[in-house]
Design a protein around this ligand. Sequence first.
Ligand code: AGP
Length: 607
Amino acid sequence: MCGIVGYIGKKEASPILIDGLKKLEYRGYDSAGIAILSEGKINVIKTKGRLADLEERFKGKIPKGNIGIGHTRWATHGAPSDENSHPHMSMSENIAVVHNGIIENYMELKKDLEKKGYKFRSETDTEVLAHLAEMYYDGNLVDTLIKVIKDVRGSFAIGLICKDNPNELVAVRKDSPLIVGLGENENFIASDIPAILEHTRKIYLLNDLEFVHLTSDKVELFTIDKKPINKNIFNVEWDVDAAEKGGFDHFMLKEMYEQPKVINNTITPRIKNGLIEFDDINFTADDLKNISRAFIVACGSAYHAGMVGKYLIENLARIPVEVDIASEFRYRNPIIDDKTLVIIVSQSGETADTLAALRDAKKKGARVLAVVNVVGSSIAREADDVLYTWAGPEIAVASTKGYTTQLMAMYMIALKFGVLSGNLSEKDAKHLINELLTVPEKLEVLLGKIDSIKELAKKYHNRRDVFYIGRGLDHMVALEGSLKLKEISYIHSEAYAAGELKHGTIALIEEGTVVVALATQNSLFEKTLSNIKEVKARGGTVIALAQEGNDSVKEIADEVIVLPKIDDRLSSVLAVVPLQLFAYYCAIDKGCDVDKPRNLAKSVTVE
Ligand code: AGP
């Protein structure tokens, strides 16, 4: 998604803005620009393309000035182009604006402004903000911005500067993330913490419709009624290199190798006396008795984690669970009341559809438990309860540690609810938790198989199609494995319930078609073996995943990835890692941009 950085202080703003935007490149973008205020003039330099193209535009002449706003754009309204890039200027060029989100009523605002004589230069929704600000400008930037926001519907994170207010920068957010960085004689705004982490660790996490007024030595927050807001400072614990690659070729590889550690970080603080204890979630047995049904709502990989959650919660706690894609959930008028628990899963905590689903669920009286990775994100702040996945910053667009820590959250919720509901004995829970605690070391074993996975990628990365099949939990992991391959190597892929293949899709299997068959559920092993035979009989090439000891698969499949032994219900978190690595090495062999795949963004903060 779009990235925003703003600076006001004693230093030159341009390098700070450019470096900050580079730290946000992972969010995916197609154009970039900065606006610098100096000597009574706003100098805007912007371009379609990457930040390197923007620096080209400087031609060695860094724009001078101590106050500025910068932006990387991921196009929503208006194709990527120089004129559609941000910042956008008002007609008189007195005001510059950067924006992340969507102005839903921009067409009617644009018509009205054009009637009033305002000339538009771009096709974007954002430009209406600049002209509205000019129209309302009365010398006070906060008042001006409040008036603008009262006209606007939609989602936004906005930074604004004005040539007649040379030591001021104002900002506001609604539905799109924005933070304030508090420095020494300098202050910042940014859409995400990594952009300003090298300058300050003191952050204000803005809530919706909190207006910010920055000078170089003062930060003030106001409500839309101009009432001052006092906010606690959030101290960022990460170190800068936590958001850097740490010696790996790509963030994605680094984050795959972080999985054992972050899974440990996620589960061990929640295990007390051998059972799951949630410090920050107060769910009692009575609360659970009052829940008649649960929904798990998410997008993409988080949705796949939610599918595993459904299986586990129904298996261990015997509570009916529906899993929904967030963009479907919010438009199908789901049956929700105060006996409904809605579990919202999101790594970024900012996915627009998922955030909207949370709000719908709350409006309908549901209790909302969020499983989120980014501390202080919108979803985290709006849920009734939050279970953080301590995965640390996930920079690669393709989620790996974000997904596997979400799986851990699903296991912990299912175990906790199982014991609370009385459907899972403490003894059985302790057995499963002991198995859970073996996951990190077993992942290390799998991450050590990197050479054999590299070989598989070398052999198969040029195939046109790759199918993934599995039964039960294996089917859910197949979906995630297929998504990984698609999103970073651009190879066409589909995942199917193995038993479903013969109901149509097997017609696509021909000589050499690659099928990744997950056969890690011992209880379903023989059934899946038959499906593998069906594929082989039609000339398919099968890469099978199975637990140690299921050697019969080696007589049938072309390739076999052996997983360490573990309880069937926990094999998902092991099985997905070879699939992540396979997708990664196929993408490398195809020369793809692994961390920033085409057309994708790390956090989809627009619908
Ligand atoms: C996963 O590899 C994708 N990048 C994408 O599907 C992602 O999981 C989805 O956009 C949801 O993001 P969230 O977890 O931040 O809400």
